[in-house]
Design a protein around this ligand. Sequence first.
Ligand code: UTP
Length: 227
Amino acid sequence: MERVVVSLGGSVLVPGDGDAPYLSHLAETLADLSSSVKIFAVTGGGKIARFYIETGRALGARERRLDELGIEITRMNARLLGIALGKAANAEPAKTYTEASRLARRHPIVLMGGTAPGWTTDRVAASLARVVRADRLVNATSVDGVYSEDPKSNPFARRFERITHKELIDLMGAGHERAGPAIVFDPVAARVISQASIPLLVVDGRDLAALRGAILGEPFHGTTVTG
Ligand code: UTP
């Protein structure tokens, strides 16, 4: 069975807009696909993580403590998706890649949040994809692919249908400096999948038809990143 890691952005999972119906439909889709592919879902923190991080920062916390807050929220989001998935997934999110690999023997879908301070869940997803030798990594995010510029600030930004890992690395630039930024794919994660030659498929996570196509490796609306 093919193995697919899905990085589910917090902004997709819990934007505070019809979250329960979306999570329920997402869970149905993932459960349905899990009879064809082994799914590893890594959940992001989104605006709830940002709220905790900003509040902690205003209180004078160091970056590491802020990251710890963020990690807890990513795990809370994994639990929330776990509630929607019921028996199809582990209720307690995996904390390590070894644990995720082990859980994959018992569960059709494996849920995982963040791991180490200073990381993002995209980076966790990329490393997990390398460890489990995933056939592809799907980034379910809040935009429908990789654009030439931020489509939210420039309406004339162009969406790419297909780019190389190298082009993605160049587009994503230098990377994260502080806890809580929002970009389409973590640049360090882009390097990890480039070195491991794992294809990356970027989709709008709220578009379940696109997500389904990307997970199955079939045509989908979004961007395909390959070597
Ligand atoms: P993420 O950044 O990965 O979720 O984790 P997200 O990207 O907000 O979801 P979207 O895509 O924007 O909606 C949130 C924060 O949690 C900490 C970091 O501070 C990160 O910014 N974190 C997360 C870690 O320190 N380590 C991890 O492994 C994961």
